[in-house]
Design a protein around this ligand. Structure first.
Ligand code: SAM
Length: 253
């Protein structure tokens, strides 16, 4: 438990929604992606499959998830039916899927964790998979304000890496936009909300009352998980003025 990446600590205590802007930004992302029966959808890093289930409810022509963690892939596979829905175990940098196989690609809470070169490779891979005019959305953490100092960014990253035990490299909105544009996307929309993964109000919104009570109960019983969660919440609170959850929606040119 002590060395486990933060998102798996949260999953172990029963947290299901593991993206920075919660279900609120996920709904807004899906609204703008307008997935329908003609779409071929690729999801990068579905985790526990929460968004996968929402995307599948739109009945796309096909759905392919690319998840590098075998046990998460097994959870997602439980939601899939028929020959046109599958979860591939692999990385978003190199999915092995065909060129121009998708009309929609999205990924949540996965790019922020990658070093810059991997971020670029993942965006290039999304562009390769999409047909011209295809839609791409990301749901990540952005730094605010745009002129945040390098010292503050260093301090923020150090605190998050130490407590989450995973790489955390958020970017300014302008930097996310530039990366998308360099990969051949035209930015269409963006929206943001507070990054409040572990605050009571967001927990209730995302996990419901019974989910929140289950998490509280698990925390009471598990001292090492409680210590990790409180450390993470402290670091996120400390830097909350300089981080927001953001969705960027772009179209392949
Ligand atoms: C913080 S969780 C987010 C899961 C889910 N997208 C969500 O928002 O609830 C990160 C997930 O990304 C997966 N992941 C991280 N980097 C990946 C990569 N390069 N390719 C595929 N999956 C990746 C991890 O295995 C994990 O399931």
């Amino acid at each position: 438990m002590d060395k486990m990446p933060g998102h798996w600590v949260l999953a172990q205590i029963g947290k299901r929604v593991l993206r920075p802007g919660g279900l609120e930004l996920t709904h807004r992302m899906l609204d703008v992606l307008t997935i329908g029966p003609a779409d071929h959808v690729v999801e990068f890093a579905p985790g526990l499959g929460i968004t996968a289930r929402m995307a599948l409810a739109a009945n796309p022509a096909s759905y392919t998830a690319v998840e590098r963690d075998k046990s998460a892939a097994a959870v997602v596979s439980n939601y899939l039916t028929g020959p046109h829905q599958r979860c591939v175990i692999g990385t978003a940098e190199e999915t092995g899927l065909d060129d121009a196989c998708a009309t929609v690609v999205y990924g949540e809470a996965m790019l922020t964790m990658q070093p810059l070169q991997h971020k670029k490779r993942i965006l290039d891979e999304a562009a390769r998979l999409l047909k011209p005019g295809g839609r791409y959305a990301i749901h990540e953490i952005c730094l605010i304000p745009e002129d945040i100092s390098a010292d503050l960014v260093e301090d923020l990253e150090r605190d998050l890496v130490r407590t989450i035990r995973s790489a955390v490299r958020p970017l300014r909105k302008s930097e996310w936009s530039e990366l998308l544009e360099s990969a051949g996307f035209a930015l269409q929309r963006d929206f943001s909300n507070d990054f409040q993964l572990l605050e009571p109000k967001r927990l209730l919104q995302d996990e419901g009352l019974s989910g929140t009570l289950r998490i509280a109960w698990n925390l009471l019983r598990n001292r090492s998980a409680r210590k990790r969660v409180l450390e993470m919440r402290h670091a996120i609170r400390k830097h909350s003025k300089h981080m927001r959850a953001i969705v960027l929606y772009a179209v392949k040119e």
